[in-house]
Write a protein that binds this ligand. Structure first.
Ligand code: MG
Length: 180
């Protein structure tokens, strides 16, 4: 079982269903398997970090105050489950005008690394979108593409090649737990 400095998690389509631009805590729910999965992953790392693109803010579809409420809810739930979540880094950029914070840019990873002294090369990214995998490869970290959310439609290409592909976060946690 390989250990990671930090396990980075995408949000929508990875730890919660992605109906698109969630603008209310009422519309946010974790997958049923999320916390069982994270308990498996807790054996592989001492800390987690969420990195999420939230262009809905720039599009005027997500109210920043509602986003804060959702993120407070996530932070509280991780705390209640005994999971060390370093933070939730989010990027509100519109895809037409992305800064290097918007995945596949690595700005948010670099910020997290600086804030928490994370060794990115010894970390892992789990996400449902090829932009998650691409960002991970720019950071030279391993990655898992989960086939929930956008992962269902993702076509892995030779340039963007996740270390693992798995049905969802729970099956991914088992693969990682049982791997060398
Ligand atoms: Mg996603």
């Amino acid at each position: 079982m390989k250990k990671y400095d930090t396990i980075f998690l995408d949000r929508d389509g990875t730890i919660n269903p992605d109906p698109g631009y969630i603008n209310s805590l009422n519309d946010f729910k974790f997958y049923d398997f999320t916390f069982n999965a994270l308990k498996n992953l807790k054996r592989l790392t001492k800390q987690f970090c969420i990195i999420t693109n939230q262009s809905g803010v720039a599009r005027g579809l997500i109210d920043p105050d509602n986003l804060s409420l959702i993120h407070d809810h996530i932070l509280n739930r991780f705390f209640d489950e005994g999971l060390n979540l370093l933070g939730i880094y989010y990027c509100t950029d519109h895809p037409d005008k992305p800064t290097r914070n918007r995945k596949p840019g690595i700005g948010m990873f670099e910020k997290a690394a600086l804030d928490h002294k994370i060794d990115l090369k010894k970390s892992l990214m789990i996400g449902d979108n090829l932009c998650d995998i691409e960002a991970a490869s720019h950071c030279k970290m391993e990655s898992v593409l989960v086939l929930t959310g956008k992962g269902k439609k993702a076509n892995v290409s030779p340039n963007i090649n996740p270390t693992y592909v798995s049905e969802n976060l729970f099956s991914a946690s088992k693969i990682l737990r049982d791997s060398q």
